[in-house]
Ligand binder design. Structure first.
Ligand SMILES: C[S@@+](CC[C@H](N)C(=O)[O-])C[C@H]1O[C@@H](n2cnc3c(N)ncnc32)[C@H](O)[C@@H]1O
Length: 222
């Protein structure tokens, strides 16, 4: 993929950050707090140790370092545009790396989910779609429909309240300014509902407060 949508797409962005030991900061910092929030979201959604989790755009395993010890061994899978970032997390952030085979860390920039098994029951994409134009969300939802056991997909976005506001920079509750044509991106609530509907999902918006004012949606098969 050659298009540049956000800083992650810059040449050598991941490689130089990892070499400088900045694998935590490039996924947004707030390491422990954000990992805990994601675990809370998943446990509230009914995630049990025997379920199978796909962490989409998992970065340096900010969630993985908490989900891997919680889940039965081998029940966590992760994708990211950078496999090097996933591997940095595997090497430096897991208490017991033997609970997660490296083969379950998959490079995937286009939400095709190559090599992800049919056993996946839950998927989460936290702080991923705010970095990407909204067609990526539609593509992810489309491709996730092929997983027969998938019960819930949780993802975050930034929202703008209406089309008029969406066409201009919009200040989120905690001060982050989001945009329609460049990162960090916002969408309308109706965009999310529509993309879910045309891809075979029903979505529900969650009211909890999330870091930087992101909003959580949960998709279930329609
Ligand atoms: C803010 S970080 C969040 C990482 C992780 N979900 C977490 O909460 O720690 C955004 C992640 O999205 C990844 N990313 C950016 N563009 C992507 C794409 N097209 N496909 C998959 N991952 C992408 C980045 O490499 C980065 O790890």
């Amino acid at each position: 993929m050659s298009a540049r949508h956000n800083p992650y797409d810059a040449e050598n962005f991941h490689a130089s950050a990892i070499a400088e030991g900045r694998h935590r900061s490039i996924v947004g910092g707030r390491w422990d707090e954000t990992g805990r929030i994601q675990m809370e979201i998943l446990r509230d959604a009914g995630l049990r140790p025997d379920h199978h989790l796909l962490d989409i755009g998992a970065g340096a395993l900010r969630l993985g370092c908490k989900a891997v010890p919680y889940l039965d061994p081998g029940h966590y899978w992760a994708t990211d545009a950078s496999r090097a970032l996933l591997l940095a997390g595997h090497a430096q952030e897991l208490e017991d790396p033997s609970r997660l085979p490296e083969t379950q860390l998959i490079e995937d920039q286009s939400f095709d989910f190559p090599g992800v098994p049919d056993t996946i029951t839950h998927a989460i994409a936290f702080a991923v779609f705010p970095h990407l134009p909204m067609a990526y969300l539609r593509r992810a939802l489309t491709n996730l429909r092929r997983f027969p056991a998938l019960e819930r997909v949780m993802f975050t976005v930034f929202l703008a309240p209406d089309a008029g506001h969406a066409a201009r920079p919009f200040r989120q509750p905690d001060g982050v300014v989001t945009h329609d044509l460049r990162a960090p991106y916002h969408v309308l609530p109706e965009d999310v509902t529509h993309m879910a509907q045309v891809t075979g999902w029903a979505v529900q918006r969650d009211d909890r407060m999330l870091p930087r004012g992101q909003v959580l949606f949960t998709a279930t098969p329609a």
